[in-house]
Design a protein around this ligand. Structure first.
Ligand code: SF4
Length: 735
């Protein structure tokens, strides 16, 4: 297909200082987990985006010195020559695809936990409290020689970056790094030439940019990711005050080649990388427009906003809001987004759903994962390409039972690989339980999980048949179907009796009663009796909080209860915790954290506090500790209880088929597999990944078990591993 000419502007080159960006697609710096320690993962992850058409690809935040050590969070590092070698490979792969390689130079000063290096960071002032009480660290207050030393650290790291092959040196001036610490009055209490009025507070940043420009500006473009509004009012950087003044300074001082604009800081990171539940595509446009108006045409402006529609991108460029489309999450969900636009294949774009599972995995110390793109992070270690699939040498027929996201993903990848697939579901529509989930408040964008796969299945009509509304398949139906192999993707259900990880069934919890409901029953339309409803959340992700909002929207008096110390705790990792709390407050929802329901009766529940003393909790271990009464337990009057406590796999069909294992061969069935929630209830990204992996490895010796993958780590004494897999006994040795 040919590109629509109205999208041509997206593919115009842009000059950035001494460099030329081949188009207007710029993968902004974003965390992913490889850092400098796993160079293969880093290079192939960013290199895949370059192959997919991103004109610039950046590392994640890159520490310039051991004083700015973010361990255990994985940053890239440019501390020494070893890092030059490791990051150099990323630059090499980016250049192979004519893309520019960018690095974000990061110095977090007194905010760095330094759990590996143990070195103190330096800050403009020794403020009265740490930025994060969870880190509980303070920095050295810089004198003028320290300021010179820190600028030298940046320049030396910049030289190493140039040596590695980086084209774009981006100074992080956000997320509480030192340039923004100097700018923000809440962190800068100095009374010398670097504190007080704006001129003084901006001095460090300008001197830093000047030093980089003088020493490295001939061969590298000097850019910044600048937080034009930290969302902390006059004590921070406000767009209408210091933020705009700083942009004016960039323009007049001539120290910068491009500015990537953002809002929010470390604490309000969720306002920059906002989830779709709270921030729709392009929500930062008013800020970026203001910035561009000041910066003019001499400095290229990069603007983010989870943009996935080429029409929206073109409109922003034509309206003069920005010059370059910045993207982190859209490039994760679809590394080939630019190429698909260029080739006119818009229906193949795998749009980001704004769930922030990607960043949540980094926040947990892990590597990147994505709900939409199962291949992310697997480019090097498993050799997965998001758009290419190896053809099978044994084109069998496969029956996939269950057309939820996992079943759809498995079917589409099997079809890509040349298998003949029948995808069947009891219900009349594709999507499984996910089509119910997306009806909850704020979750409609998550429907892209279904619509993308629906479009892909339609492309593969030649070897996929989809049979919907066929009723539940019995074991006999499956055995007699005539397929060579079977994949069960039958999903999961919510516990009807309130079971959770920490407790068994709750007395009185029974979803056949009119006043007790599971989430799926609510979404399916079971009436929620009365006005007073209690949501019990043992799951901690989105379900409990979305149901609380749904009930509040229906005019109910809502009480939200969870056993965790914070509401919807997983939201800390997806960066929606603050907005979840704002929503609960605005909707008048009553909250009990660290509580659980002891029993349910018509018209009331008994709640208890998680940390109370009591004979049932302390038991024989109480020793000499004096026991208190069952303190903290009390009754609450409610009309209905919704149990979002835990999920269980739908295994009935699997167990029946396993019990009839002796009949498989007689029915010419080679094997039967499970995938997704029917194997173990999981976050959607994991269910889809599992289905994708099964289909990728369907012709391996034992497809139910993942093949070994490349582990990147240093080997002692220069030892080598002969070949992939030799280090780990494969499961077949145990079968
Ligand atoms: Fe988008 Fe979610 Fe994928 Fe992140 S995990 S890129 S937010 S779809």
């Amino acid at each position: 297909m040919a590109r629509d000419p109205k999208h041509d502007v997206l593919f115009e080159p842009v000059r950035i200082g001494p460099k030329k960006l081949r188009n207007r697609f710029w993968q902004t710096s974003h965390c992913a987990g490889p850092g400098s320690e796993r160079p293969g993962a880093q290079a192939h992850f960013r290199g895949m985006k370059a192959e997919g058409g991103w004109g610039a690809v950046f590392t994640e935040f890159c520490s310039i010195h051991p004083e700015s050590d973010e361990y255990p969070y994985t940053s890239a590092r440019l501390w020494d020559q070893g890092d030059v070698v490791n990051l150099g490979y990323m630059c090499e792969l980016a250049h192979q695809h004519q893309s520019l390689a960018g690095v974000q130079l990061w110095y977090s000063g007194g905010n760095a936990p330094s759990l590996e290096s143990r070195e103190f960071g330096r800050s403009p002032s020794q403020w009265l409290a740490p930025i994060f009480s969870t880190r509980n660290v303070y920095g050295i207050e810089m004198d003028e020689s320290d300021i010179g030393a820190v600028i030298t650290m940046y320049v030396e790291a910049g030289k190493r970056a140039e040596q590695a092959g980086f084209d774009l040196l981006e100074v992080s001036a956000g997320d509480d790094t030192v340039p923004i610490q100097f700018l923000e009055p809440r962190f800068n209490h100095r009374t010398d030439n670097y504190g007080g009025n704006f001129e003084n507070r901006s001095r460090f940043f300008i001197e830093l940019l000047l030093a980089l420009k003088r020493q490295l500006g001939e061969h590298c473009a000097i850019t910044t990711r600048f937080e034009m509004d930290t969302l902390h009012g006059p004590e921070g950087v406000e767009a209408h005050e210091d933020g705009l003044r700083m942009l004016e300074k960039f323009r007049t001082e001539g120290v910068i080649d491009a500015v990537a604009l953002k809002i929010g800081d470390y604490a309000e990171w969720g306002e920059d990388a906002g989830v779709s539940r709270f921030r729709k595509s392009g929500w930062m446009t008013p800020f970026i427009k203001q910035g561009k108006a000041i910066l003019g045409s001499g400095i290229a402006v990069v603007g983010n906003g989870r943009l996935t529609s080429p029409d929206d991108m073109v409109a922003l460029i034509k309206a003069g809001v920005l010059d370059i489309i910045g993207a982190a999450r859209p490039s994760i969900a679809d590394p080939f987004l630019p190429n698909k636009i260029s080739e006119g294949r818009l229906s193949d774009i795998r749009e980001c759903i704004g769930c922030n599972i990607c960043v949540s995995k980094f926040q947990q110390g892990g590597q990147i994962m994505c709900t939409q793109n199962a291949t992310i992070g697997e480019e090097y270690r498993r050799g997965w390409h998001p758009e290419k699939f190896s053809a099978t040498t044994k084109p069998l027929s496969v029956l996939v039972v269950g057309a939820g996201p996992a079943g759809m993903e498995c079917a589409r990848v099997l079809a890509e690989r040349g298998y003949t697939v029948h995808l069947r579901d009891a219900e009349a529509e594709l999507g499984g339980h996910w089509k119910q989930v997306v009806k909850l408040p704020r979750l409609s964008e998550w429907g892209r999980v279904i619509s993308y796969r629906q479009a892909q299945l339609a492309k593969w009509k030649k070897n996929i048949q989809v049979h919907l509304g066929i009723g539940r398949m019995s074991a006999a139906d499956v055995l007699n179907y005539g397929a060579d192999r079977i994949v069960l993707a039958t999903g999961s259900y919510w516990a009807p009796d309130g079971q959770s990880a920490g407790s068994g069934a709750i007395p009185g919890a029974d979803d056949t009663l009119s006043h007790v409901l599971t989430p799926f029953q609510v979404i399916a339309g079971k009436q929620v009796v009365g006005d007073r409803v209690l949501i019990l959340d043992g799951d901690g992700h989105f379900m409990g909080i979305a149901l609380a909002e749904l009930m509040a929207n229906q005019g109910k008096q809502v009480t939200y209860v969870c056993d965790a110390p914070d509401i919807a705790e997983y939201g800390v990792f997806t960066m929606e915790s603050f907005n979840n709390k704002r929503m609960l407050f605005e909707k008048g929802i009553r909250i009990y954290t660290s509580h659980w329901v002891e029993r349910i009766e018509p018209g009331r529940v008994r709640l208890s506090y998680a940390y109370r003393f009591g004979p049932d909790l302390i038991g024989p271990l109480s020793g000499g500790i004096p026991r208190k009464d069952n303190g903290g337990a009390f009754d609450l009057e409610v009309d209905a209880v919704i149990l979002a406590t835990s999920r269980h796999s739908n295994t009935t069909l699997w167990r029946e088929l396993k019990a009839r294992n002796a009949e498989w061969a007689a029915n010419d069935i080679q094997d039967i597999f499970r995938t997704g929630d029917c194997k173990a209830p999981a976050q959607l990204n994991q269910a889809i990944w599992d289905a994708h992996r099964l289909a990728r490895e369907f012709d391996s010796p034992h497809p139910a078990y993942p093949l070994p993958w490349i582990r990147e780590r240093q080997l002692w004494g220069g030892a080598t591993i002969p070949k992939l897999g030799d280090e780990r006994p494969h499961v077949e040795k145990h079968l």
